[in-house]
Design a protein around this ligand. Structure first.
Ligand SMILES: [Zn+2]
Length: 478
Protein backbone atom coordinates (compact mmCIF):
# COMPACT_ATOMS: atom_id res chain seq x y z
CA UNK A 1 0.00 0.00 0.00
CA UNK A 2 1.34 3.43 -0.83
CA UNK A 3 0.50 6.68 0.92
CA UNK A 4 0.64 7.85 4.48
CA UNK A 5 -1.81 7.14 7.32
CA UNK A 6 -2.18 7.73 11.05
CA UNK A 7 -4.20 5.50 13.38
CA UNK A 8 -4.48 6.35 17.07
CA UNK A 9 -5.16 3.32 19.27
CA UNK A 10 -4.74 4.86 22.71
CA UNK A 11 -4.79 8.29 24.33
CA UNK A 12 -8.07 9.18 22.60
CA UNK A 13 -10.43 10.96 25.03
CA UNK A 14 -8.23 9.78 27.87
CA UNK A 15 -5.20 11.11 29.70
CA UNK A 16 -2.34 8.77 28.83
CA UNK A 17 -2.08 5.36 27.20
CA UNK A 18 -0.77 6.92 23.97
CA UNK A 19 -0.47 4.43 21.09
CA UNK A 20 -0.09 5.96 17.63
CA UNK A 21 0.61 4.03 14.44
CA UNK A 22 2.17 5.95 11.58
CA UNK A 23 2.36 4.27 8.17
CA UNK A 24 4.22 5.65 5.19
CA UNK A 25 4.95 3.79 1.96
CA UNK A 26 5.75 0.45 3.56
CA UNK A 27 7.34 1.79 6.77
CA UNK A 28 5.34 1.48 10.00
CA UNK A 29 6.27 3.00 13.32
CA UNK A 30 4.56 3.31 16.67
CA UNK A 31 4.77 6.54 18.67
CA UNK A 32 4.67 5.39 22.31
CA UNK A 33 2.77 2.34 23.53
CA UNK A 34 1.60 3.26 27.01
CA UNK A 35 -0.68 1.95 29.69
CA UNK A 36 -4.04 3.74 29.94
CA UNK A 37 -4.59 3.96 33.68
CA UNK A 38 -8.19 5.21 33.66
CA UNK A 39 -9.13 2.68 31.01
CA UNK A 40 -7.53 -0.13 32.99
CA UNK A 41 -9.39 1.03 36.11
CA UNK A 42 -12.72 0.55 34.27
CA UNK A 43 -12.23 -3.22 34.43
CA UNK A 44 -9.37 -3.90 36.82
CA UNK A 45 -7.88 -2.88 40.15
CA UNK A 46 -5.22 -4.06 42.55
CA UNK A 47 -6.74 -7.48 43.19
CA UNK A 48 -8.53 -7.95 39.88
CA UNK A 49 -5.76 -7.99 37.32
CA UNK A 50 -5.57 -9.01 33.65
CA UNK A 51 -4.34 -12.60 33.68
CA UNK A 52 -0.93 -13.40 32.25
CA UNK A 53 -1.96 -17.06 31.86
CA UNK A 54 -4.19 -15.92 29.04
CA UNK A 55 -1.43 -14.18 27.07
CA UNK A 56 -2.82 -10.88 25.85
CA UNK A 57 -6.48 -11.95 25.60
CA UNK A 58 -7.65 -10.02 28.69
CA UNK A 59 -5.89 -6.88 27.49
CA UNK A 60 -7.42 -7.03 24.01
CA UNK A 61 -10.90 -7.97 25.29
CA UNK A 62 -11.01 -4.96 27.60
CA UNK A 63 -9.59 -2.59 25.00
CA UNK A 64 -6.33 -1.97 26.85
CA UNK A 65 -4.35 -2.81 23.72
CA UNK A 66 -5.54 -2.88 20.10
CA UNK A 67 -6.18 -6.07 18.15
CA UNK A 68 -3.51 -5.45 15.53
CA UNK A 69 -1.71 -8.19 13.67
CA UNK A 70 2.06 -8.55 13.70
CA UNK A 71 2.96 -6.41 16.69
CA UNK A 72 2.76 -8.69 19.74
CA UNK A 73 5.10 -11.17 21.40
CA UNK A 74 4.98 -14.66 19.93
CA UNK A 75 4.80 -16.34 23.35
CA UNK A 76 1.77 -14.25 24.38
CA UNK A 77 -0.01 -14.85 21.08
CA UNK A 78 0.54 -18.58 21.35
CA UNK A 79 -0.87 -18.62 24.88
CA UNK A 80 -3.86 -16.68 23.62
CA UNK A 81 -4.40 -19.21 20.83
CA UNK A 82 -3.70 -16.52 18.26
CA UNK A 83 -1.48 -16.67 15.23
CA UNK A 84 2.09 -15.45 15.72
CA UNK A 85 3.83 -13.70 12.84
CA UNK A 86 6.95 -11.77 11.99
CA UNK A 87 6.83 -8.17 13.24
CA UNK A 88 4.87 -5.83 11.00
CA UNK A 89 6.17 -2.67 12.67
CA UNK A 90 9.66 -1.26 12.12
CA UNK A 91 10.16 0.66 15.36
CA UNK A 92 8.68 2.26 18.47
CA UNK A 93 9.63 5.88 19.12
CA UNK A 94 9.48 6.53 22.86
CA UNK A 95 8.73 10.13 23.89
CA UNK A 96 9.57 9.67 27.59
CA UNK A 97 9.69 7.11 30.40
CA UNK A 98 6.28 7.67 32.05
CA UNK A 99 4.24 4.46 32.35
CA UNK A 100 1.32 5.88 30.35
CA UNK A 101 3.69 6.18 27.38
CA UNK A 102 5.87 3.07 27.67
CA UNK A 103 4.49 0.28 29.85
CA UNK A 104 2.60 -1.75 27.25
CA UNK A 105 5.73 -2.02 25.11
CA UNK A 106 5.95 -5.04 27.43
CA UNK A 107 3.68 -6.96 25.04
CA UNK A 108 5.35 -6.00 21.77
CA UNK A 109 7.28 -8.38 19.51
CA UNK A 110 10.90 -8.88 20.56
CA UNK A 111 12.25 -7.86 17.15
CA UNK A 112 10.66 -4.40 17.11
CA UNK A 113 13.49 -2.01 18.04
CA UNK A 114 12.88 0.84 20.49
CA UNK A 115 14.24 4.37 19.95
CA UNK A 116 14.61 6.63 22.97
CA UNK A 117 16.77 9.34 24.51
CA UNK A 118 19.69 8.12 26.62
CA UNK A 119 18.28 9.64 29.83
CA UNK A 120 14.96 7.94 29.13
CA UNK A 121 16.86 4.64 28.77
CA UNK A 122 18.64 5.27 32.09
CA UNK A 123 15.35 5.96 33.88
CA UNK A 124 13.76 2.81 32.47
CA UNK A 125 16.78 0.88 33.75
CA UNK A 126 16.30 2.36 37.23
CA UNK A 127 12.57 1.55 37.15
CA UNK A 128 13.36 -2.02 36.16
CA UNK A 129 15.97 -2.48 38.91
CA UNK A 130 13.99 -0.91 41.74
CA UNK A 131 10.98 -3.23 41.78
CA UNK A 132 10.28 -6.90 41.16
CA UNK A 133 9.42 -7.88 37.59
CA UNK A 134 5.82 -7.16 36.62
CA UNK A 135 4.05 -8.61 33.59
CA UNK A 136 2.69 -5.16 32.70
CA UNK A 137 6.07 -3.45 33.00
CA UNK A 138 8.70 -5.33 31.00
CA UNK A 139 9.89 -2.56 28.72
CA UNK A 140 13.63 -3.14 28.31
CA UNK A 141 13.44 -6.93 28.51
CA UNK A 142 10.82 -9.60 29.20
CA UNK A 143 10.59 -13.13 30.57
CA UNK A 144 8.97 -15.40 28.00
CA UNK A 145 5.74 -17.08 29.12
CA UNK A 146 4.79 -19.53 30.39
CA UNK A 147 7.55 -18.95 32.94
CA UNK A 148 10.04 -21.75 33.21
CA UNK A 149 12.92 -22.14 35.62
CA UNK A 150 16.26 -20.94 34.38
CA UNK A 151 14.86 -19.06 31.37
CA UNK A 152 16.72 -15.80 30.83
CA UNK A 153 14.96 -12.51 30.03
CA UNK A 154 14.88 -11.51 26.35
CA UNK A 155 16.47 -8.09 25.89
CA UNK A 156 14.85 -5.73 23.40
CA UNK A 157 16.88 -3.84 20.83
CA UNK A 158 17.36 -0.28 22.06
CA UNK A 159 18.65 2.60 19.96
CA UNK A 160 19.44 5.85 21.70
CA UNK A 161 19.00 9.19 19.97
CA UNK A 162 20.07 12.72 20.83
CA UNK A 163 18.16 15.98 20.57
CA UNK A 164 18.57 17.59 17.17
CA UNK A 165 20.22 14.57 15.51
CA UNK A 166 18.04 13.21 12.73
CA UNK A 167 17.92 9.52 11.91
CA UNK A 168 16.09 7.27 9.48
CA UNK A 169 13.67 4.39 9.92
CA UNK A 170 12.76 2.95 6.52
CA UNK A 171 11.29 5.72 4.40
CA UNK A 172 10.88 8.06 7.39
CA UNK A 173 13.29 10.67 8.69
CA UNK A 174 12.93 11.37 12.40
CA UNK A 175 14.00 14.60 14.09
CA UNK A 176 13.86 14.23 17.90
CA UNK A 177 13.95 17.44 19.96
CA UNK A 178 14.03 17.66 23.75
CA UNK A 179 11.03 19.11 25.58
CA UNK A 180 10.48 20.08 29.20
CA UNK A 181 8.22 17.76 31.19
CA UNK A 182 8.06 16.37 34.75
CA UNK A 183 10.66 13.73 33.92
CA UNK A 184 14.04 14.24 32.26
CA UNK A 185 14.76 12.68 28.87
CA UNK A 186 11.44 13.78 27.30
CA UNK A 187 11.21 14.40 23.54
CA UNK A 188 8.89 15.59 20.84
CA UNK A 189 9.32 14.46 17.24
CA UNK A 190 9.15 15.89 13.74
CA UNK A 191 8.69 12.97 11.35
CA UNK A 192 9.19 13.60 7.66
CA UNK A 193 6.68 11.54 5.66
CA UNK A 194 5.82 11.43 1.96
CA UNK A 195 2.75 13.56 2.75
CA UNK A 196 4.71 16.17 4.71
CA UNK A 197 6.07 16.52 8.25
CA UNK A 198 4.10 15.02 11.15
CA UNK A 199 4.78 16.50 14.58
CA UNK A 200 4.16 14.71 17.90
CA UNK A 201 4.55 16.64 21.14
CA UNK A 202 4.68 13.77 23.65
CA UNK A 203 4.01 15.50 27.00
CA UNK A 204 5.12 19.13 27.27
CA UNK A 205 5.02 22.28 29.35
CA UNK A 206 6.24 25.85 29.08
CA UNK A 207 6.22 26.79 32.78
CA UNK A 208 8.84 24.27 34.01
CA UNK A 209 12.51 24.65 34.82
CA UNK A 210 13.64 24.52 31.16
CA UNK A 211 10.99 26.18 28.98
CA UNK A 212 13.66 26.90 26.36
CA UNK A 213 13.73 23.20 25.46
CA UNK A 214 10.01 23.11 24.68
CA UNK A 215 10.34 26.45 22.90
CA UNK A 216 13.13 25.06 20.73
CA UNK A 217 10.89 22.11 19.80
CA UNK A 218 7.99 24.43 18.98
CA UNK A 219 10.20 26.68 16.80
CA UNK A 220 11.67 23.73 14.90
CA UNK A 221 8.21 22.23 14.45
CA UNK A 222 6.90 25.52 13.08
CA UNK A 223 9.83 25.85 10.69
CA UNK A 224 9.08 22.35 9.34
CA UNK A 225 5.59 23.53 8.20
CA UNK A 226 3.89 20.34 9.38
CA UNK A 227 0.85 18.77 7.79
CA UNK A 228 -0.25 17.22 11.11
CA UNK A 229 0.34 18.10 14.74
CA UNK A 230 -0.49 15.41 17.31
CA UNK A 231 -0.65 17.50 20.47
CA UNK A 232 -1.25 16.56 24.10
CA UNK A 233 -4.06 18.36 25.93
CA UNK A 234 -4.00 17.04 29.49
CA UNK A 235 -4.70 20.40 31.14
CA UNK A 236 -6.61 22.12 28.37
CA UNK A 237 -9.31 23.22 30.85
CA UNK A 238 -6.78 24.61 33.32
CA UNK A 239 -5.98 28.30 33.30
CA UNK A 240 -4.13 28.61 36.63
CA UNK A 241 -2.10 31.74 36.29
CA UNK A 242 1.19 31.39 38.07
CA UNK A 243 3.04 28.13 38.47
CA UNK A 244 6.71 27.29 38.33
CA UNK A 245 9.25 25.05 39.98
CA UNK A 246 10.76 28.20 41.46
CA UNK A 247 7.43 28.94 43.12
CA UNK A 248 7.27 25.39 44.53
CA UNK A 249 10.70 26.01 46.02
CA UNK A 250 9.75 29.42 47.40
CA UNK A 251 6.51 28.28 49.05
CA UNK A 252 7.78 24.96 50.41
CA UNK A 253 11.03 26.54 51.59
CA UNK A 254 9.09 29.33 53.30
CA UNK A 255 7.03 26.76 55.20
CA UNK A 256 10.02 24.72 56.30
CA UNK A 257 11.92 27.85 57.39
CA UNK A 258 8.92 29.03 59.42
CA UNK A 259 8.70 25.68 61.24
CA UNK A 260 12.28 24.89 62.28
CA UNK A 261 11.14 22.46 64.97
CA UNK A 262 8.70 20.54 62.82
CA UNK A 263 9.51 17.36 60.94
CA UNK A 264 8.62 17.61 57.25
CA UNK A 265 7.15 14.93 54.98
CA UNK A 266 7.21 15.69 51.27
CA UNK A 267 5.05 13.61 48.93
CA UNK A 268 6.20 13.86 45.31
CA UNK A 269 7.05 11.69 42.30
CA UNK A 270 10.71 10.77 42.49
CA UNK A 271 11.04 10.51 38.70
CA UNK A 272 10.47 14.27 38.64
CA UNK A 273 14.11 15.21 39.11
CA UNK A 274 13.33 18.94 39.29
CA UNK A 275 11.19 18.22 42.34
CA UNK A 276 13.89 15.99 43.86
CA UNK A 277 16.34 18.88 43.47
CA UNK A 278 13.83 21.35 44.93
CA UNK A 279 13.37 19.35 48.14
CA UNK A 280 17.08 18.50 48.33
CA UNK A 281 17.84 22.21 48.19
CA UNK A 282 15.17 23.02 50.80
CA UNK A 283 16.65 20.41 53.13
CA UNK A 284 20.17 21.79 52.66
CA UNK A 285 19.23 25.44 53.07
CA UNK A 286 17.49 24.62 56.33
CA UNK A 287 20.35 22.57 57.73
CA UNK A 288 18.37 19.34 57.29
CA UNK A 289 18.97 16.13 55.40
CA UNK A 290 16.71 14.70 52.71
CA UNK A 291 15.47 11.23 53.67
CA UNK A 292 14.85 9.05 50.62
CA UNK A 293 13.29 5.61 50.27
CA UNK A 294 15.56 2.64 49.72
CA UNK A 295 13.88 2.04 46.36
CA UNK A 296 14.47 5.63 45.23
CA UNK A 297 18.23 5.09 45.65
CA UNK A 298 18.07 3.35 42.25
CA UNK A 299 17.05 6.64 40.62
CA UNK A 300 19.80 8.52 42.47
CA UNK A 301 22.35 5.87 41.51
CA UNK A 302 21.61 6.09 37.79
CA UNK A 303 20.64 9.73 37.38
CA UNK A 304 23.49 11.21 39.47
CA UNK A 305 25.85 9.88 36.78
CA UNK A 306 24.46 12.38 34.27
CA UNK A 307 26.19 15.70 35.08
CA UNK A 308 23.51 17.64 33.17
CA UNK A 309 20.82 16.61 35.63
CA UNK A 310 22.59 17.83 38.80
CA UNK A 311 21.09 15.03 40.93
CA UNK A 312 22.87 14.05 44.17
CA UNK A 313 24.08 10.48 44.62
CA UNK A 314 22.57 8.15 47.24
CA UNK A 315 25.74 8.48 49.34
CA UNK A 316 25.68 12.30 49.27
CA UNK A 317 26.34 13.86 52.69
CA UNK A 318 22.93 15.54 52.70
CA UNK A 319 21.01 12.38 51.83
CA UNK A 320 19.75 9.85 54.37
CA UNK A 321 18.48 6.48 53.20
CA UNK A 322 15.39 5.32 55.03
CA UNK A 323 15.74 1.74 56.16
CA UNK A 324 12.26 0.29 56.56
CA UNK A 325 11.38 -2.65 58.77
CA UNK A 326 11.68 -5.99 57.06
CA UNK A 327 9.48 -9.05 57.38
CA UNK A 328 11.46 -10.55 60.25
CA UNK A 329 11.06 -7.32 62.16
CA UNK A 330 14.77 -6.74 62.57
CA UNK A 331 17.09 -4.29 60.88
CA UNK A 332 19.78 -6.84 60.09
CA UNK A 333 21.18 -6.10 56.64
CA UNK A 334 20.71 -9.74 55.72
CA UNK A 335 16.97 -9.05 55.44
CA UNK A 336 17.44 -7.02 52.29
CA UNK A 337 18.00 -8.54 48.90
CA UNK A 338 20.24 -7.61 46.00
CA UNK A 339 21.23 -3.99 45.78
CA UNK A 340 18.71 -3.03 48.49
CA UNK A 341 21.14 -4.70 50.92
CA UNK A 342 24.01 -2.52 49.64
CA UNK A 343 21.99 0.69 50.07
CA UNK A 344 20.71 -0.42 53.49
CA UNK A 345 24.24 -1.10 54.76
CA UNK A 346 25.61 2.36 53.87
CA UNK A 347 26.66 4.64 56.74
CA UNK A 348 23.96 7.17 55.77
CA UNK A 349 21.13 4.61 56.09
CA UNK A 350 18.90 5.23 59.11
CA UNK A 351 16.04 3.39 60.77
CA UNK A 352 12.73 4.92 61.87
CA UNK A 353 13.99 4.82 65.47
CA UNK A 354 17.08 6.82 64.53
CA UNK A 355 15.07 9.40 62.57
CA UNK A 356 12.49 9.79 65.34
CA UNK A 357 15.24 10.73 67.84
CA UNK A 358 15.44 14.13 66.16
CA UNK A 359 12.87 14.22 63.37
CA UNK A 360 13.05 17.98 62.75
CA UNK A 361 16.54 17.51 61.28
CA UNK A 362 15.03 15.94 58.19
CA UNK A 363 12.87 16.50 55.16
CA UNK A 364 11.42 13.03 54.58
CA UNK A 365 10.64 12.22 50.95
CA UNK A 366 8.27 9.53 52.17
CA UNK A 367 4.85 9.83 50.60
CA UNK A 368 1.55 7.98 50.44
CA UNK A 369 3.03 4.55 49.79
CA UNK A 370 5.25 4.87 52.87
CA UNK A 371 2.51 5.99 55.24
CA UNK A 372 2.69 2.77 57.26
CA UNK A 373 6.19 3.92 58.27
CA UNK A 374 4.56 6.81 60.14
CA UNK A 375 3.67 4.21 62.79
CA UNK A 376 7.41 3.61 63.29
CA UNK A 377 8.62 7.21 62.93
CA UNK A 378 5.77 8.62 65.07
CA UNK A 379 5.82 12.23 63.84
CA UNK A 380 4.66 14.67 66.53
CA UNK A 381 1.43 16.61 66.15
CA UNK A 382 1.84 19.63 63.85
CA UNK A 383 4.32 17.84 61.54
CA UNK A 384 4.24 19.37 58.04
CA UNK A 385 3.00 17.21 55.18
CA UNK A 386 3.66 18.82 51.79
CA UNK A 387 1.71 17.21 48.98
CA UNK A 388 3.70 18.12 45.89
CA UNK A 389 1.76 16.29 43.17
CA UNK A 390 -1.54 16.80 41.32
CA UNK A 391 -4.75 17.22 43.28
CA UNK A 392 -7.11 14.25 42.88
CA UNK A 393 -8.96 14.37 39.55
CA UNK A 394 -10.73 11.02 39.49
CA UNK A 395 -12.74 8.81 41.80
CA UNK A 396 -9.83 6.55 42.67
CA UNK A 397 -7.66 9.51 43.61
CA UNK A 398 -10.46 10.95 45.75
CA UNK A 399 -10.60 7.66 47.67
CA UNK A 400 -6.82 7.79 48.11
CA UNK A 401 -7.18 11.36 49.32
CA UNK A 402 -9.60 10.24 52.04
CA UNK A 403 -7.05 7.64 53.11
CA UNK A 404 -4.31 10.29 53.16
CA UNK A 405 -6.51 12.48 55.36
CA UNK A 406 -7.08 9.59 57.78
CA UNK A 407 -3.34 9.10 58.21
CA UNK A 408 -2.73 12.83 58.61
CA UNK A 409 -5.55 13.12 61.16
CA UNK A 410 -4.24 10.17 63.12
CA UNK A 411 -0.87 11.88 63.61
CA UNK A 412 -2.19 15.47 63.69
CA UNK A 413 -0.14 16.40 60.64
CA UNK A 414 -0.67 19.66 58.77
CA UNK A 415 -1.42 19.35 55.03
CA UNK A 416 -0.11 21.75 52.40
CA UNK A 417 -0.57 21.51 48.64
CA UNK A 418 2.37 22.93 46.65
CA UNK A 419 2.82 21.73 43.09
CA UNK A 420 3.67 22.67 39.52
CA UNK A 421 2.37 20.33 36.83
CA UNK A 422 4.30 18.45 34.17
CA UNK A 423 1.74 19.54 31.59
CA UNK A 424 1.18 22.89 29.90
CA UNK A 425 -2.00 24.72 30.93
CA UNK A 426 -4.74 25.67 28.45
CA UNK A 427 -3.41 29.06 27.30
CA UNK A 428 0.09 27.60 26.79
CA UNK A 429 -1.31 24.67 24.78
CA UNK A 430 -3.22 27.10 22.55
CA UNK A 431 -0.04 29.13 22.09
CA UNK A 432 1.90 25.99 21.10
CA UNK A 433 -0.78 24.92 18.61
CA UNK A 434 -1.04 28.41 17.08
CA UNK A 435 2.71 28.78 16.81
CA UNK A 436 3.33 25.39 15.19
CA UNK A 437 0.45 26.16 12.84
CA UNK A 438 0.06 22.69 11.33
CA UNK A 439 -2.46 22.05 8.57
CA UNK A 440 -4.28 19.58 10.84
CA UNK A 441 -4.45 19.12 14.59
CA UNK A 442 -5.04 15.71 16.17
CA UNK A 443 -5.52 16.22 19.93
CA UNK A 444 -4.41 13.37 22.18
CA UNK A 445 -3.88 12.63 25.90
CA UNK A 446 -6.94 14.69 26.90
CA UNK A 447 -10.54 14.21 27.99
CA UNK A 448 -11.55 17.39 26.17
CA UNK A 449 -10.11 17.32 22.64
CA UNK A 450 -13.03 19.39 21.32
CA UNK A 451 -11.80 22.46 23.24
CA UNK A 452 -8.89 22.79 20.82
CA UNK A 453 -11.37 24.36 18.44
CA UNK A 454 -10.55 27.59 20.30
CA UNK A 455 -6.99 27.42 18.99
CA UNK A 456 -7.54 26.24 15.43
CA UNK A 457 -10.36 25.44 13.03
CA UNK A 458 -8.32 22.69 11.37
CA UNK A 459 -8.93 20.25 14.16
CA UNK A 460 -10.04 16.63 14.04
CA UNK A 461 -11.56 15.03 17.11
CA UNK A 462 -9.89 11.71 16.37
CA UNK A 463 -11.79 8.45 16.67
CA UNK A 464 -9.93 5.60 18.28
CA UNK A 465 -8.73 2.95 15.84
CA UNK A 466 -9.85 4.90 12.75
CA UNK A 467 -7.26 5.29 10.02
CA UNK A 468 -6.71 8.80 8.67
CA UNK A 469 -5.10 9.16 5.27
CA UNK A 470 -2.76 12.12 4.98
CA UNK A 471 -2.64 14.00 1.74
CA UNK A 472 -0.40 16.96 1.24
CA UNK A 473 -3.12 19.40 2.29
CA UNK A 474 -5.53 17.60 4.57
CA UNK A 475 -6.46 14.39 6.32
CA UNK A 476 -9.53 12.32 5.59
CA UNK A 477 -10.83 9.17 7.19
CA UNK A 478 -10.68 6.13 4.89
ZN1 LIG B 1 4.34 12.16 30.90
Amino acid sequence: MSGCTITIYGGVNEVGGNKILLYDNGTKILLDFGKGFSRRARFFEEYLKPRSANGIVDFIETGLIPDVEGIYREDLLEMAGMKASAPAVDAVLVSHAHADHVDYISFLHRDIPLYMGSTCHTILQAIQDRAPRDFEREVLDFLPKPSKRGVKPVARKINEFRSGRKFKIGSLEIHPIHVDHSIPGAYGFIIYTSAGPVVYTGDVRLHGARPEMTQEFVSEARAAKPIVLICEGTRITDISLEESEQRVFREANGLVTKHPDSPVFADFNFKDTDRVKTFYRIAKENGRKLVVKLKDCYYLKYLSQDPNLGIPSYDDKDIVIYKPKQVSGTYADGDYYGEDATFASLPNAKTAAEISQNPSRYVCALGYFSFASLIDIRPPSGTLYIHSASEPYNEEMVLNQERVDNWLDKFGMERHQIHCSGHAKGPDLFQIVKEIDAKMLFPIHTEHPELYVRATRNMTVVEEGKTYALQRVNAEPI
